[in-house]
Design a protein around this ligand. Structure first.
Ligand code: IPM
Ligand code: MN
Length: 360
């Protein structure tokens, strides 16, 4: 037997537990084949626990999570909990406390998956967004003054330090060098595109674009560079997604454009992401949310959770196992599933898990 990985499993709310169960089924199949083991610890966190006990994320749990090899997350979000409480108290707190400063979000259309983009297929929709995951308007700078008066002022700071920008850019350049088009034999260059708004955000994206060019010139002259304004990026993501290879951007722009990316790759049932601390504990999640209205019906699509599992394997160093899972997913979407939307798959949630696991 090879390595044993300590994995914290946070199934979370709504359909989270259902998709996580299928993800784990596939991960266990990959583990058996590639001779490693998963030591799983489940944590009961999320809206249900908060409503029951008032606890969101006990400090002791955070400490435990700092000691695992990886975290596998289902979904956070509960219809009876006010917006912001679980997001800030659980998801964002974990990202910050574990310093998961990269949010890696591949936009990949699997075979057989329908996209709303006309005349585009798996060949055209195949790029990756590296979203900075620690700064920006997410960092909490700002406040409300004179609240409730007609003179009320609200400030939410777009905050970036040079250190935050540098570490993200270096990671993105490295990623482009290792996983860009050229590295994958799919084009002449590995290209990193910076997505910003240098025409208006003349402080924050001045810092980003200066460091992008300096680090690129000094350390990654082999990686081709491009720059796009974020608004134009949205347009090209729809019109010419084949232009993109690896994109890097700040936290809020990354949040917004990856939802657009997700819908072009078949929707929230397919899109997965990794919150990565390259030197610490990373956390992998389907980005679709808890979908409360589908809870317990066995109709939710587990593919995103399975792909999140593959990303986790890749980050743990089980690259061959990760590739096997992705290949199995592509076979199932390409030859079996009728659709990606909840209830439209032609199979139940657990049958989709079985189909992928068999092919691993
Ligand atoms: C995401 C989500 C989160 C974010 C929310 C739930 C706080 O939209 O992971 O993209 O804004 O980062
Ligand atoms: Mn989002």
């Amino acid at each position: 037997m090879g390595t044993t990985y300590k994995i914290a499993v946070l199934p979370g709310d709504g359909t989270g537990p259902e998709v996580v169960a299928e993800g784990l089924k596939v991960l266990q199949a990959a583990a058996a084949k590639h001779r490693f083991a998963l030591d799983l610890t489940h944590y009961d966190l999320g809206g249900e626990r908060y409503l029951r006990t008032g606890e969101i994320l006990p400090d002791a749990v955070v400490d435990e999570l700092k000691g695992v090899d990886s975290i596998y997350l289902g979904a956070i979000g509960h219809p009876d909990v006010a917006p912001g409480i679980l997001e800030k108290g659980l998801l964002l707190r974990l990202r910050f406390e574990l310093d998961q400063y990269i949010n890696l979000r591949p936009v990949r259309l699997y075979p057989g998956v329908e996209t709303p983009l006309k005349d585009k297929g798996p060949k055209e929709i195949d790029y990756t967004v590296v979203r900075e995951n620690s700064g920006d308007v997410y960092a909490g700078g700002g406040g409300i003054m004179m609240k409730g008066t007609p003179h009320e002022v609200a400030v939410q700071n777009m905050l970036y330090s040079r250190a935050q920008v540098d570490r993200c850019l270096r990671w993105a350049f490295e990623y482009a060098r290792q996983h860009g088009r050229k590295a994958r034999g799919k084009g002449p260059d590995n290209t990193l595109g910076l997505v910003g708004k240098t025409n208006v955000l003349t402080y924050v994206y001045d810092l980003w674009s200066r460091r992008f060019n300096e680090i690129g010139d000094e350390e990654y002259p082999d990686v081709k560079r491009e720059y796009y304004h974020v608004d134009a990026t949205c347009m090209w993501m729809v019109k010419s997604p084949e232009w993109f290879d690896v994109l890097v951007t700040g936290n809020i722009f990354g949040d917004i454009i990856t939802d657009l990316g997700a819908i072009t790759q078949g929707g929230m049932g397919v899109a997965a992401g990794g919150n990565i601390n390259p030197a610490g504990v990373s956390m992998f999640e389907p980005i679709g949310g808890s979908a409360p209205k589908y809870t317990g019906l066995g109709v939710i699509n587990p593919v995103a959770a399975v792909v999140a599992g593959a990303m986790m394997l890749d980050t743990l160093g089980e690259n061959q196992a990760a590739q096997d899972v992705e290949r199995a997913v592509a076979e199932v979407t390409g030859t079996k599933m009728k659709g990606m939307a909840s209830g439209q798959m032609g199979y139940t949630t657990s049958e989709v898990g079985d189909l992928v696991a068999e092919r691993v």
